[in-house]
Design a protein around this ligand. Sequence first.
Ligand code: ATP
Ligand code: MG
Length: 266
Amino acid sequence: MRDIHVSYPRRSGLFSRVKHDTVVKGVTFDISPGETLGLVGESGSGKSTVGRAILRLAPVASGSISFEGVDVLNARGSGLRRLRRDAQMIFQDPGGSLNPRMRIGDIVAEPLLIFGVPAPPDVSRAAFLAKTVTELLERCGMPADCATRYPHQFSGGQKQRIAIARAIALRPRLIICDEPTSALDVSIQAQIINLLTDLQRDLGLAYLFISHDLGVVSHICHRAAVMQQGEIVETGPVEQVLKSPSHPYTQRLLASVATLPPGVAA
Ligand SMILES: Nc1ncnc2c1ncn2[C@@H]1O[C@H](COP(=O)(O)OP(=O)(O)OP(=O)(O)O)[C@@H](O)[C@H]1O
Ligand SMILES: [Mg+2]
């Protein structure tokens, strides 16, 4: 991402002219394959907007984004398709991201159907989908028999596992994790973090890991970037940023440091 600016239109009254609030102001960073970049900063600083911009879900006013050779902001056709396949997102509220009317098996299979992932020559499409969904769910710690049930029948942690199974279905290269554990109970947070770490190791995933929780960030991120009011004020290796921050804002943020949830594998 190079020098990205994002502005939202704002109309202060019925007859007044539309003004724009620039909420991301010149953000630049890189994420390498297999790397986790932590994005921290206070509420409203623009973290989620930056994450959404990568997926073309934010109104980018200027700047450029390149994802594995795809010019994100101008992508069409096959480039856009690659972006949609290779960059995924998981959210804070897993319940809100799962369609309540779909069975778990269909939720996880949906990306495979949309992208027409082909079955091997000697296997029927239905059998291929069923097997792949079972493998994805089990990989994320969910029993295969959950496939016939509905989202409301699962806990928050289980729903996040299901959302992760769906997110990895197309073998993405990057997952934007927008506070994926902050709605969960502390012990469950640790399980989800361990799952994300294992998946990264096994699948070579890169993560943009958006979080308020500096304890979690210091555990799973390789590098960290600190946002304040739409700008990145500090970036570097996670130990450096979180142990000896140079920017006063990071120092203040650290003063309210949270501890690592118990049970996170060291
Ligand atoms: N769709 C939108 N329309 C207008 N303004 C928006 C929209 N989405 C976000 N904003 C504004 O952009 C700014 C940044 O929001 P963003 O959600 O990126 O912050 P954040 O750092 O993710 O905060 P939090 O930690 O609370 O999730 C905020 O001032 C917010 O009000
Ligand atoms: Mg946010």
